[in-house]
Each structure stands twice: as C-alpha cells, then as structure tokens.
Design a protein around this ligand. Structure first.
Ligand SMILES: *[C@@H]1O[C@H](CO)[C@@H](O)[C@H](O)[C@H]1NC(C)=O
Ligand SMILES: *[C@@H]1O[C@H](CO)[C@@H](O)[C@H](O)[C@H]1NC(C)=O
Ligand SMILES: *[C@@H]1O[C@H](CO)[C@@H](O)[C@H](O)[C@H]1NC(C)=O
Length: 363
C-alpha cells in the first residue's frame, strides 16, 4: 500500500516539532512550495466524514475492497478523485475533518459528506455546504494558532480548493410535482447563490485557486434508471443538471472578472462520465450501464453491502475495474482514476481555463 506521508518532508518537519514541543521555532518550517488541499462536497469526494455522523457512512465491505482493503467511508470500491489528485500533487491522502485526533491541518482537510447538498434541507443530518464552511472557519482559527496569522494566510492563499456539490440538491427535487419551471429556476438560483457565497467566504480568507467538478449525469446513473425502469439516460434530471452546469460556468466566469487573482478549473465531469457510461468499451470498461454492486434492474438499487438477516441483499461483480459504476450512483476506482486524471491535466475542452496541475504549480 502506498504511504505518501512517510516521504513528505513536511510530515517529518511537523512530527519533529510536535515531539520537541517547540511551536515558535517551528512556525516558519512549511516548505516554500507547500500547497494545501481543501475539499468540499458530497459522496463523490467524501473520504469518511459520514462514518462519524449517525451511522450514515459506508463503513462496511465491499466498499473499500479494492485498494484500502477495508471500508473507509469512501462510497467506492477504492480511491476517489481527491485521493488521485493528492497522489499527483505528492500530498498524503487528505483526511476527513471529523476523523478523531486529526489536528494537523497543514496539508488540507476534506469536509465532503455523502448525501450533502448545497441546501441544508436537501439531506438533513449530513454536512451541507454551509456546515462544511463553518468547519473550515474552525480550521482557519487552528492554523492561525499553529502558524501565526501571516503564514496561515499564506497557506490559505496558496491552497487549492476543490468542490463537487449540487447533485443531491437536484436529485432531491426530481420527483417533486412542485418542480415546475419557475420553481426549478428559483431553486437553481438558491443553489448557485449559496455556492457563490461559499467561494467568496474562502476568497476572503485568501483563497485564490478553485477547482470544480460540475454536476454529474444524474439521469444516467444506474440508480435513477432502476427506479424508472429506463434503459437509457432519463431526460428530466438531465435537463436540470445541464442548466445548472451552464449557469455554474457563467457564475465562475463572472467571479474571475470580479475578484482579483481568482483562478479556477472547471471540469466537465458531466460529459466525461456520460461518455464512459454510454461508450464504456472505448474507455477500457466492459460494463457502463449497470453497477458492479447492488440489486434489481441495472444492479441499480442501493443495496450494496446490505444484509437482510444473514443473507446478502446484493450481488457483487468479481472485477470492479471492468465497470464504470461501483454502486447505483458512484463510479468505481478505475473510473475515478480516469476522471481525476482529466481534472488534473486533461484537455482544455474538458477542464478549463486552468487544470488542477496548473493550480497546484502556480505560485
Ligand atoms: C443521532 O441519532 C440519535 C438517535 O436517533 C439522536 O438522538 C442524535 O441527536 C443524533 N445525532 C446527530 C448528530 O444527528
Ligand atoms: C441559500 O439557500 C437558502 C435556502 O437554504 C436561501 O434561503 C438563501 O437565499 C440562499 N442564499 C443565497 C445567497 O442565495
Ligand atoms: C428480507 O427477507 C424476508 C424473507 O425472505 C422478506 O420477506 C423481506 O421482504 C426481506 N426484506 C427486505 C427489506 O428485503
């Protein structure tokens, strides 16, 4: 198993400081090119926060079977996108904020929470965006204590901030009869308004480098298609996610114009995952439309890892790397690796105006 942290000079410096208990003399020791990584979002980015919320975490096999060989709370058979980004950026895997005894936040923090929406009402009990940002404020306080105001500000302004959020908000109104055009428009305005407010909050702390996965193809997920019995991708959820993604790209362009130094990478996760679902063999997969783990049509029922009494309520494929989707709504590690690699340094029609590699490497 890969242990990036044991090779990191930062890690060595900090453990040395911690052991000798000499905080003031340790303050200036962050390497000049150190770039922290902060993560906000939903199950696509959650590295385990939900384990520490009332039992909503996927803390059971076969989640985690591929790489970690144990459940970690990631909603995947193995690594998720931020894990691969951390590898590319030569950082350790960024830990979930709620993990006990996780107090050294100088490499960054993962605030993402499975089920989370932008809006608190989407899935109460998860870390919705505002709550993630409140926790971020706590982290900022801690960094200021640890590093001093100046170095904390420097760390925050050099850091990269990754977002994947909004999918659950749109999923939640899919079957809502109130979801007439005017309601959807107002809803989208609220979702984007709260995302914008969040970015400005990070910007006010010095944050300049932002990366966004746009909302994925909700209408193509095995879970959505299983509940409607549709072979192909569904029209309605697809329309609203496309509208959101177009609006998001406009919002970001406007922020780039309005906020000096604001730089961003917008990754067309939607198209990249849709293509893999529909044309799986072109991308090296055997199965694109059905999930590896689950039950029912397209293996798209959310039963992966669940038991009824002593019998499994699900079937599990023998090789997740042949599948795009691990469960009803989450890609496999192999799909995540491809998606992360596009986000890192994919072509400009897939990620732009910057990519994450550029964000990590710029001063
Ligand atoms: C967790 O669940 C218990 C029992 O259902 C409840 O009393 C408690 O408030 C919940 N805690 C949180 C943080 O949601
Ligand atoms: C954020 O969402 C709430 C609903 O949860 C809404 O009332 C509020 O207006 C939104 N904020 C912005 C700035 O759009
Ligand atoms: C569990 O199994 C029993 C007996 O086979 C069945 O009647 C019941 O519907 C199952 N429950 C679920 C949630 O699948």
């Amino acid at each position: 198993m890969l242990h990036v942290d044991s090779f990191s000079p930062l890690f060595l410096t900090l453990s040395f400081c911690t052991i000798l208990l000499l905080p003031p003399s340790c303050r200036a020791e962050l390497p000049e090119n150190h770039v922290a990584f902060f993560i906000f979002g939903d199950s696509l980015l959650d590295a385990g926060n939900n384990i520490y919320l009332n039992g909503s975490g996927t803390n059971y096999l076969p989640y985690g079977e591929t790489f970690f060989k144990r459940p970690t709370g990631r909603v995947c058979d193995g690594r998720i996108v931020p894990d691969f980004i951390s590898e590319y950026a030569k950082l350790p895997y960024i830990k979930p904020y709620l993990e006990p005894r996780f107090t050294d936040h100088t490499n960054g923090v993962n605030f993402a929470s499975a089920g989370a929406g932008v809006l608190p009402e989407t899935h109460p009990g998860t870390l919705y965006l505002k709550l993630q940002l409140n926790y971020f404020e706590e982290v900022v306080k801690g960094l200021k204590q640890q590093l001093g105001d100046g170095d904390a500000r420097k760390l925050l302004s050099k850091a990269v901030y990754l977002f994947s959020i909004g999918g659950n908000d749109y999923n939640a109104i899919q079957n809502n009869p109130k979801a007439a055009a005017s309601f959807r428009k107002m809803y989208m305005t609220m979702v984007l308004g709260n995302i914008t407010a969040g970015i400005k909050q990070l910007y006010a702390h010095g944050g300049r480098k932002f990366a966004f996965q746009n909302v994925g193809p909700i209408g193509c997920m095995p879970g959505t298609r299983a509940s409607s019995g549709s072979e192909g991708c569904l029209h309605d959820p697809t329309v609203i996610t496309k509208m959101h993604n177009i609006a998001l790209s406009r919002v970001l362009k406007r922020m780039e114009q309005g906020l000096p130094g604001f730089k961003y990478a917008l990754f067309d996760y939607y198209t990249s995952l849709t293509m893999r679902t529909l044309y799986s063999s072109k991308f090296g997969f055997k199965v694109g439309m059905s999930a590896c783990c689950g039950s029912g049509p397209f293996n798209g029922q959310f039963t992966c890892g669940k038991k009824n009494g002593t019998t499994s309520s699900y079937t599990l494929c023998s090789d997740p790397s042949e599948y795009v989707w691990f469960d009803a709504a989450h890609p496999t590690e192999t799909a995540n690796r491809q998606l992360a690699s596009l986000l890192w340094d994919g072509p400009s029609h897939t990620v732009g105006p910057y990519n994450m590699k550029m964000l990590f490497e710029m001063s």
